[in-house]
Design a protein around this ligand. Sequence first.
Ligand SMILES: [Zn+2]
Ligand SMILES: [Zn+2]
Length: 237
Amino acid sequence: MNPMDPRASIKDLLRHGRLRELLEVAAQLHGHYCAGLAFGVQAGYAGLKRLGFDNTGMEELLAVVECNNCFVDGVQMSTGCSLGNNALIYKDLGKTAVTILSRKTNGAVRIALKAGGWQGENASDKQKEAGELFRRVVKERQDDPEAARRMRELFRELSFETVEKSEDDLFEIREAAPEFPEYAPIMDSARCSRCGEEFMETKGSSPEGEPVCLQCAQADCYAVLGRGICMLKKGVW
Ligand SMILES: [Zn+2]
Ligand SMILES: [Zn+2]
């Protein structure tokens, strides 16, 4: 264990293409096994293989994801680009795709799941059974513990089968223009004159010269919900 590189063991798995073990690590974050998570692990790996495995989480490597589903947790774990280190950028396009950019090598590659990748015409019996259980347990929220258990079991098996597949079977992979967004700006904090909490100074107002946070001002704000980026009127769902 290299004390200066907390991701050393993950990079080791990446360098050796040990995707099954990477999937296990990703599932620690994600909470369950599923094909989406496996797609994300493999997409991140496909990108890093082309752009380099070194990444210290300081925005030298960026992952621009186009959805906010299970796929993204796989991408976050395999690339080390996360919401918190500002290297994960979310474009609200609803596509299972990611563009990975490297400032170090000035390269970029977009990896998109092929059409029918989630459950196409060629779905196996196992995928069909899992899909049917997903409909009942997740979509319709039916309270059926046995169905939920069986779904988790099938999802787990399918996720490990997924990481065994070749990237060309799963994805369209192409070079992309290495166009980089700005580095995350470092902002000062202001202190809200009403609630006393500190906030990023650009995230408030100062009606009478006194800083007020968006919550106390009951202002509109954005949030990422399951359905994507939403404007919350007066901060209410
Ligand atoms: Zn999932
Ligand atoms: Zn306040």
